[in-house]
Ligand binder design. Structure first.
Ligand code: EPZ
Length: 449
């Protein structure tokens, strides 16, 4: 549980960590790598460690290397396992990222269907469509995807779904196609920076991939992929979250080691909302392509109509955080999420902090209030947790956020970073809510000791 004492501006300098959503498919690519994959800037988050455990059951040894921040080395030491079990995949949907590489490198795969989660229906039909186009025999039985393929064959694969393309689906197909015989053309491919980063890493392993960042990716399969060294891109969602933290608290925050080119529509939106955003070009590390981004509140936030969509649009993973910001805007705003149309579970919790939000069709309508007030709230998913932290930072008084294990899945030491900017967040044991089963159990134990 977090206990936040809110109402003070965040000011100072903070660094972005490596991207969770780039690191996960890149770690899964260790399954198709016949040497050592040496990564840097892998974030220390729960999902990364869950994937390490899953990869270990598949014969991939991974070690944290201390020689550079976020250093990790992965090496597939045995090829005989091919089952990604329910126990580990249910904890982390991104376990589906091992399906393509496992099938391509071992000829068969048995991967538990990923669990659902609070942001909406999470099908994998596009993943399966793509792999069967590459020649895999696929069936779903007893909650597992069972896939067989002696050698995948290059093909034309379309990954368009009802809500755009699929990020992890594009990663699965691209990684599998890298070892297929012949050319694969993925149309309606996802253009997210995390997909581009995986493609760059596969090319460093000897892959032959072009068109990254466009809806048409071409992959000429090779017989083997060698070891490589790769630095994971900065996390654009964490960066956006930190910039919004400055805006929502009336502060002034500079994020270092960021990629402004991965957040163009988000920084444009923040400027449209009245936030002063500076993108000094000279101070960046040109060789690594990183720069610093500064966000400074400049009077009351303006209301706006926000649409979250596929890249390069405003990312769905920042939608909840932006909704938190709009809660204190001057006027009425609307938010639509074109990727996960029902990703609004955070609205109810924000309303406990005094926000005024209601649904109108596929939109959430937010009538801005002058101040939020501290309250007890509960996190429901990774990005909703971040939205509640931001709202708690802005709210007058104390806010308690339970179930912040959601946050730990995807943010590296968020409270340490925010406290370094002047926040007052304490991580403490989740005191059970009176009357809850946990509370009754605790009282029973207390009465017997
Ligand atoms: C990735 O999830 C990210 N996760 C998500 O971030 C992110 O919200 C999402 O992409 C969209 O950008 C990782 O990269 C680990 P999709 P993914 O397949 O790949 C539909 C976070 O907070 N769809 O791009 O699972 C789907 O229902 C997480 O870090 C199909 O219809 O998302 C959704 O509406 C949350 N069929 C849309 O496409 C499919 O086979 C986009 O999904 C697959 C997806």
């Amino acid at each position: 549980m977090f206990v936040i004492s809110g109402g003070r501006p965040l000011c100072g300098v903070v660094s972005a960590s490596g991207s969770k959503n780039a690191a996960l498919p890149i770690m899964a690519a260790s399954l198709v790598c016949s040497g050592q994959l040496r990564l840097s800037r892998v974030p220390d988050v729960v999902d990364v460690h869950s994937l390490r455990k899953l990869l270990a059951t598949l014969g991939v040894r991974s070690t944290i290397t201390a020689d550079e921040p976020g250093g990790m080395t992965l090496e597939a030491t045995s090829q005989k396992h091919h089952v990604a079990g329910y126990e580990l995949v249910r904890k982390m949907r991104a376990g589906i990222c091992v399906l393509g590489p496992l099938l391509a490198s071992r000829g068969h795969a048995r991967v538990s269907l990923p669990g659902g989660c609070n942001i909406g229906h999470r099908p994998i039909d596009l993943h399966l469509r793509g792999l069967s186009a590459l020649g895999a025999d696929l069936r779903v039985e007893n909650g597992y995807v069972v896939a067989e393929a002696d050698r995948l064959r290059g093909a034309e694969v379309n990954l368009a779904g009802p809500h755009g393309s699929t990020v992890t689906g594009t990663c699965n197909i691209m990684t599998a196609a890298a070892l297929a015989s012949g050319r694969t053309v993925i149309t309606s491919a996802a253009c997210e920076p995390e997909v581009i980063d995986l493609g760059h890493c596969l090319n460093r392993m000897g892959g032959n991939i072009s068109g990254l960042g466009t809806p048409v990716i071409e992959i000429d399969g090779v017989d083997q992929l060698a070891g490589a060294t790769h630095e994971v891109i900065p996390d654009r969602i964490e960066t956006g979250t930190l910039l919004i933290a400055a805006a929502i608290t009336g502060g002034d925050v500079t994020v270092l080691d960021a990629r402004a080119d991965h957040l163009v529509q988000t920084t444009n939106l923040l400027q449209h909302l009245g936030v002063c955003v500076q993108l000094p070009s000279s101070s960046g590390d040109a060789h690594r392509g990183t720069c610093e981004i500064r966000a400074r509140a400049n009077g009351r936030i303006r209301a706006a109509h926000v649409v979250a969509g596929p890249y390069p649009g405003v990312p769905t993973d920042l939608q909840a955080q932006l909704m938190a910001l709009l809660c204190i805007a001057h006027g009425s705003s609307t938010v639509v999420d074109r990727v996960f149309p029902d990703r609004f579970l955070h609205a109810a919790e924000l309303m406990r902090l005094g926000a005024r939000i209601h649904r109108r069709g596929d939109s959430a309508v937010i009538d801005g209030v002058a101040r939020l007030g501290g309250a007890n709230v509960m996190a429901g998913d990774l990005r909703a947790s971040a939205a509640l932290v931001l709202a708690g930072l802005a709210a007058e008084g104390h806010t308690e956020i339970r179930r912040i294990y959601h946050l730990d899945r995807g943010y590296e030491q968020l409270e340490t970073k925010l406290n370094g900017l002047g926040a007052r967040i304490t991580r403490t044991d989740d005191t059970p809510e009176p009357g809850s089963p946990h509370w009754r159990r605790q009282r029973r134990t207390a009465s017997t000791t």
